[in-house]
Design a protein around this ligand. Structure first.
Ligand code: FE
Length: 302
C-alpha cells in the first residue's frame, strides 16, 4: 500500500472517535499505530511475524519482564537523557548523574539514622563499607536527606524477588546525620544477567546482544526542596562496566574501590580486610519550571 492509502485508513480509524476520550492518549496511541502501520508496510511484515510479535508481548507481560525489556532496549536510559536535557535547559547542572532505576526496587526497607548494615551477616562476599555525604548544589551538606540503597547478593539476586533471601536483605533506608553523612556496611555485589529462560533474553538473542549488567548498587536520594535522584554506582573493574545491557554506566558513577586492611577495620566494627568506597551525592534544587523527577511507576512493596 502507498502512504496515501495508509493515511486514509488511519483517518477512517481515527474518525470512529466520537467522544472526548483522553486527548493525550489519543495523540500518543494514534501516533504509535501510524508508525507501526508504516513499519509493517515498509518492512513487509508478514501476518506470521505480526502474530508472533503479539504472542511474544503477551508472554512478556505474563512473566512481568517489560521492566527489563524497557531497560534492555534503551528506553529507560533514553528517558534519563531527556530528563537531563530538561534540567540543563532549566539551568540545573552539577548534580550527581542520574541513571536507570531498573525493576527491582522494593518500598518499605528498614530505616536508620546515619549508618546501616544491609545484610544479616549470612550473605557471602567481601565486606564493603560505603559512605560519604549528601550535598546540595551549593556545596552544603544536607541533614536528614533520605538515602535508599539496594543491591544484588553474591549470586546476582535481589531479596523479595529471590525468596531464599531474608526480607529486605541488602535493602535499607538511611537518613543522613547532622553532618549530612551516610554510610553502610554490606558485601561487594556481583553483576548479573537477565533470566536465561525469559522473554528479555529471547529478544536480546534475536538482536545478537547479551543481557549482562556489571556489578552496581542502586540509590534513591531525596530531600525536601531538591529533585529526587535515581542513580547507581558501579563497582570499578567489572568486565561489563562499559558494556551494560541497560546502558546505565555513566561518567561520574564509577568511584574507585580500595582494599582497606585489618587495622582500619576496628572503626567499622569489622575484624578483617574489607573494601571501601567513598562517594558523595549532590542533589539539584527543585525547580517549579520542571516536571518532578519523581517517576510514577508500579513498584513492589515489602
Ligand atoms: Fe540492579
Amino acid at each position: 500500500m502507498n502512504k496515501e492509502s495508509i493515511d486514509a485508513l488511519l483517518k477512517k480509524i481515527n474518525d470512529t472517535s466520537t467522544g472526548a476520550g483522553n486527548p493525550r492518549a489519543k495523540q500518543v496511541v494514534n501516533r504509535i499505530v501510524r508508525d507501526l502501520f508504516y513499519t509493517i508496510e515498509d518492512l513487509d511484515v508478514t501476518p506470521d511475524e505480526f502474530w508472533s510479535a503479539l504472542n511474544y508481548l503477551t508472554q512478556a507481560g505474563q512473566s512481568g519482564e517489560y521492566g527489563l525489556i524497557a531497560a534492555g532496549l534503551g528506553f529507560e536510559h533514553f528517558l534519563d537523557l531527556r530528563m537531563d536535557e530538561a534540567e540543563a535547559k532549566a539551568g540545573l547542572t552539577g548534580g550527581t548523574p542520574r541513571t536507570v532505576e531498573g525493576p527491582l526496587y522494593v518500598a518499605g526497607a528498614p530505616r536508620s539514622e546515619g549508618h546501616a548494615k544491609l545484610d544479616d551477616g549470612t550473605t557471602p562476599g567481601e565486606p564493603l563499607i560505603m559512605g560519604g555525604r549528601v550535598y546540595d548544589d551549593g556545596g552544603q551538606p544536607i541533614v536528614g536527606a533520605v538515602v535508599e540503597v539496594w543491591h544484588a547478593n553474591h549470586l546476582g539476586n535481589y531479596s523479595y524477588f529471590d525468596k531464599s533471601q531474608a526480607p529486605f536483605n541488602l535493602r535499607r533506608t538511611i537518613v543522613t546525620d547532622s553532618e549530612g553523612k551516610y554510610s553502610f556496611q554490606s558485601v561487594v555485589p556481583v553483576g548479573y544477567s537477565v533470566p536465561p529462560e525469559g522473554q528479555t533474553k529471547q529478544l536480546l538473542d534475536l538482536l545478537g546482544r547479551h543481557g549482562n549488567r556489571p556489578a552496581h548498587i542502586h540509590f534513591f536520594i531525596s530531600a525536601p526542596g531538591h529533585r529526587k535522584l535515581t542513580t547507581q554506582i558501579n563497582i570499578a573493574g567489572d568486565p561489563y562496566l562499559w558494556d551494560d545491557f541497560a546502558f546505565a554506566t555513566r561518567d561520574g558513577l564509577v568511584p574507585p574501590m580500595r582494599k582497606a586492611e585489618a587495622d582500619e577495620a576496628g572503626q567499622f566494627g569489622l575484624d578483617g580486610p574489607f573494601q571501601k568506597i567513598d562517594f558523595d551525592f549532590t542533589l539539584l534544587r527543585d525547580s517549579t519550571s520542571l516536571r518532578t523527577s519523581e517517576v510514577d511507576r508500579i513498584r513492589a512493596e515489602g
